[in-house]
Design a protein around this ligand. Structure first.
Ligand SMILES: CCCCC/C=C/C(=O)SCCNC(=O)CCNC(=O)[C@H](O)C(C)(C)COP(=O)(O)OP(=O)(O)OC[C@H]1O[C@@H](n2cnc3c(N)ncnc32)[C@H](O)[C@@H]1OP(=O)(O)O
Length: 393
């Protein structure tokens, strides 16, 4: 029974979830008489959508859908789809949220939204070969070196530093480069008010032609490689947690040597809420760090910890007042970076070597369990819910 249900769910996911959230312009047509002055712009915008080089993600597609419907049909007056009709419910909610927005305004907003998407799509693919882009630098992180400290800063502040696939790849590359440079210490931090909101949930909405199973498999490989690069990192690794942290950005903290946090930071692993399971070796490191009961409260039940609580439980090394956080932390790190480099590195490696193989085995197991979880209806529904809630705003 479970097997049949699983197959039905997978089939439903492939056809209903990923298949039907197409950008409206791709499968709807506008009646010429419905448009007035900006008819031409509107039609051009619909054509531009077809030419986008990057999938804009379900959230944007829902916005486009809603604006299209409002522009062409006016306010939503169709019945709300049933509770299990997730896709049509999300679309209906996005449209309904536009209320009495005039058709002309909706048309203009559609044109503006597409114009923004087109320019960011153009600027993100300026025709350079991939190898050149890597050499030219990183797009989602900023890597700098000063005072024998290499800093890797997550740089998507508008999206709370949610981790895209490109970002995972760039962090892997940045860690590899940092492991070979002449710095003593490597720091991971975030730009803006968040440290990181964890995995970018749109990662699961861009399904390649080979289907959802292939997507889950590739994501599990990416996850294993990403976590593996933290397990193997040979120098002292410090997290400067400048704000709230969610999901994988919390779990990998168990693999850092120091975790300094602002008192504004929170630590949240809502895996069960998302139909997912722990990763980042946290199924092993968290019980070891904070004891099984506290680890269960975080990893199974999704309890969010304050910085003070995370420090009391051993996940965070020290908490600083937000007003002096950067100054105090960097002063401390600069002093540490003057210590003899080889001693720092060898000490780190002795500690890690005690359980490196075990950590790799745990990482592989967690990644393979998640590969299955990502195909579950629990997980799909949770991700759809996140985006349909957003579409209501
Ligand atoms: C392939 C390897 C997979 C590894 C497995 C990893 C698992 C995890 O990490 S599980 C954790 C996943 N993360 C989440 O569930 C967090 C989702 N985000 C939120 O709950 C909220 O956005 C928030 C609490 C982090 C912040 O809320 P708020 O202050 O209200 O800000 P907004 O929600 O308006 O966010 C601004 C902007 O950023 C987008 N965004 C934020 N986080 C994510 C995310 N994780 N994925 C995708 N998008 C995210 C949000 O949608 C807003 O976008 P716009 O509406 O376009 O401005």
């Amino acid at each position: 029974m479970a097997g049949v249900t699983g197959r039905l769910i997978r089939c439903w996911c492939r056809r209903a979830v990923w298949g039907s959230l197409k950008v409206p312009a791709l499968h709807l047509h506008v009646s010429k008489t419905a448009m007035e002055a900006s008819q031409e712009d509107f039609e051009n915008a619909m054509n531009q959508v077809k030419l986008l080089k990057e999938d804009p993600g379900n959230e944007v597609k829902l916005k486009l859908y809603a604006l299209y419907k409002q522009a062409t049909e006016g306010s939503c007056n169709t019945p709300r789809p049933g509770v299990f009709d997730l896709i049509n419910k999300a679309k209906w909610e996005a449209w309904n949220a536009l209320g009495n927005l005039p058709k002309e305004t909706a048309r203009q907003n559609y044109v503006d939204l597409v114009s923004g998407l087109s320019s960011s799509s153009d600027s993100s693919s300026q025709g350079k070969p991939e190898a050149d882009q890597k050499q030219a630098g990183y797009k989602t992180v900023v890597m700098t070196s000063e005072d024998s400290i290499t800093k890797i800063m997550l740089n998507r502040p508008a999206k709370k530093n949610a981790l895209t696939e490109q970002m995972y790849q760039e962090i892997i590359l940045a860690l590899e480069a940092a492991s070979k440079d002449d710095s003593a210490i490597t720091v991971l931090t975030g730009n803006g008010d968040y440290y990181s909101s964890g995995n970018d949930l749109t990662n699961f909405t861009n399904i390649p032609p080979d289907g959802v199973e292939a997507k889950a498999k590739n994501s599990a490989i990416l996850l294993r490689d990403f976590v593996g690069s933290f397990i193997d990192f040979p120098k002292p690794l410090v997290a400067v947690v400048n704000g709230p942290a969610v999901g994988i950005s919390v779990t990998i903290l168990g693999l850092f040597d120091l975790v300094y946090a602002t008192d504004r930071a929170t630590f949240h692993t809502p895996f069960s809420h998302l139909g997912q399971t722990p990763e980042g070796c946290s199924s092993y490191t968290f019980p070891k760090i904070m004891g099984p009961a506290k680890a269960a409260e975080m990893l199974i039940f999704g309890k969010k910890l304050t910085a003070g609580e995370a420090c009391a439980q051993g996940l965070v090394t020290e908490v600083f007042p937000d007003s002096t956080f950067q100054k105090e932390v960097w002063t401390r790190l600069k002093a540490y970076s003057k210590l003899p480099q080889n001693a720092l590195r060898i000490s780190k490696q002795i500690i890690r070597s005690q359980e490196k193989e075990k950590l790799h085995a745990i990482n592989a197991k967690e990644s393979s369990i998640l590969q299955e979880r990502w195909l579950s209806s629990e997980c799909m529904n949770a991700i759809m819910n996140f985006f349909s809630q957003k579409a209501k705003l």
